[in-house]
Unconditional design. Structure first.
Length: 429
RNA sequence: GUGCCUAUGGUGUAGUGGUAACACGCCAGGUUGUGGUCCUGUUAUUGUGGGUUCGAUUCCCACUAGGCACCCCA
């Protein structure tokens, strides 16, 4: 015998047999429905790209050691996409000049990152990417935030199960200036930003140590701390009134007021610790947080990235977007008991068993006729006693059962039986 | 890259230094055209390799695989 192969999926990937696929399909369907409702248009890009486009901006990990690359027949180095943003920006760069603005685009696609898999994270994952190109207006930020909120609300989450935490890179810049950290060299400044990003994860002592190492004085650190512990914009201006005319501050203020007017007030909050790891963000940044007490994890995040198109040699164009992933969304749904199989398959499923071996062809003909009416017909392949057939129909959750055996054939009829009520209706062949 | 945990039929779990038990599932039958119940039968040399031992599924080591946390991120 030849070597027995493993039936295990490659590490970090998952099979989705029908039962599991139904959950993903439910998530994808909700995503697609809400995006279309917002007038967003669906697009897709190739699963591979030149490796360079990730090395340029995706950072050390995503664009480096986590990148899965290979060489094509022409010796070009290609990567399986680890994220959508470079691809969509590349695509939009080609069509931007000739397109009516703004562009509102979304896609649902899979990605590969060579990571160590764990809960909520796989090497292969799917995510929804939503972006608006061509508007630097606050209205675009607002639209993206509403979309992000409605995408979560579409799953009917209970009150207080999630929140959208909002911040602005321009406010971060403001506080860096105020504290004097803005004068640091680019590298030290980046260290400061990265340290602030870790605010909730690291103990305060470690934070202070890192900031000191980056070259900050005691007074500067105190200012940063005052900023980071602010729980609301009101609290922030009270402590640091110098920020009240900062562009980022005003931007957050406007956006939160607008969202409150729109009825999302309970769901949004200012959070100074939301910074986001990607360097290309340069305005609004936000993060949706699962508020489940056991988890309290970030579900997805996004923000404004007006400066990214330059890597394709284009004039920059304004862009704002975000991307929720399938796994984290599924975990959110599980946490709050929102996975209801009743929501999944709406269309009635019919089982048409082969009750007599003499009716192979006739049964196919009947199936063809019913399918032409748009019915969902699972036709039996081998002769089955009616008892067995009913048993099968029960196990597979069919809604309707079609009785078509020798007796019916002779009479020129077939019978549709409702599996729930047991009611039977005769119909002419 | 770092740390920790786990490995027994298809699935989920017991158990023991003397060749494995239970539940569910699957398939077949009881039941030769009307189901979801019930009953019976079938379904495993305990991840791989080595060591200790008269004897290992059990104890030890290595490997492999999987999971969890950190890092990073979705």
């Amino acid at each position: 015998m030849s070597k027995v192969l493993s039936k295990q999926e490659p590490k970090g990937t998952s099979d989705w047999p029908p039962e599991e696929f139904a959950v993903r399909k439910y998530i994808f369907d909700c995503w697609r429905r809400v995006c279309l409702r917002y007038g967003f248009e669906e697009y897709l890009t190739p699963i591979v790209e030149s490796a360079d486009i990730y090395r340029a901006k995706s950072g050390e990990d995503v664009g480096g050691k986590e990148l899965v690359t290979f060489t094509d027949l022409g010796g070009r180095e290609l990567s399986i996409r680890p994220e959508m943003t470079p691809s969509v920006v590349r695509m939009v760069s080609k069509i931007y000049a000739a397109s009516p603005k703004p562009l509102k685009y979304f896609s649902i696609a899979n990605f590969i990152r060579n990571e160590k898999p764990q809960r909520g994270r796989n090497r292969e994952f799917w995510q929804l990417n939503c972006d608006i190109f061509g508007s630097a207006d606050e209205a675009a930020d607002l639209e993206i935030l509403c979309l992000a909120l409605d995408l979560v609300l579409e799953f009917d989450p209970p009150q207080n199960s999630f929140a959208l935490c909002i911040n602005s890179r321009r406010l971060i810049d403001g506080i860096l200036e105020l504290s004097g950290a803005g004068k640091l060299k680019t590298e030290a400044r980046a260290t400061v930003v990265r340290t602030l990003d870790k605010w909730k994860k690291l103990p305060i002592v470690a934070i202070r140590e890192r900031l000191t190492q980056a070259g900050l004085k005691q007074e500067a650190i105190i200012i940063l701390e005052q900023f980071m512990v602010s729980r609301s914009l009101e609290e922030l201006v009270e402590k640091l009134p110098e920020l009240k005319n900062n562009a980022g501050f005003l931007e957050i203020n406007n956006v939160i007021n607008a969202l409150t007017d729109l009825g999302y007030g309970e769901l949004v909050e200012f959070d100074p610790s939301v910074i986001r790891g990607f360097d290309y963000y340069d305005g609004l940044v936000f993060e949706a947080v699962d508020k489940h007490p056991d988890i309290r994890r970030s579900m997805f995040g996004g923000g404004r990235y007006n400066g990214l198109a330059e890597i394709f040699g284009e004039k920059n164009f304004p862009a704002v977007g975000f991307a929720p992933g399938d796994e984290v969304t599924k975990i959110f749904l599980e946490n709050w008991g929102l996975i209801d199989t009743k929501k999944f398959g709406a269309q009635a499923k019919y089982y048409l068993p082969l009750l007599s071996s003499g009716l192979v062809l006739e049964t196919r003909k009947l199936a063809k006729k019913l399918r032409a009416r748009g019915l969902n017909i699972f036709a039996g392949l081998e002769e089955q006693k009616i008892t067995k057939a009913l048993d099968f129909a029960n196990k597979k959750d069919f809604n309707k059962f079609i009785i078509f055996g020798d007796d019916e054939y002779k009479k020129g009829i077939y019978i549709i039986k409702d599996m729930k009520t047991g009611q039977q209706i005769e119909e002419l062949l």
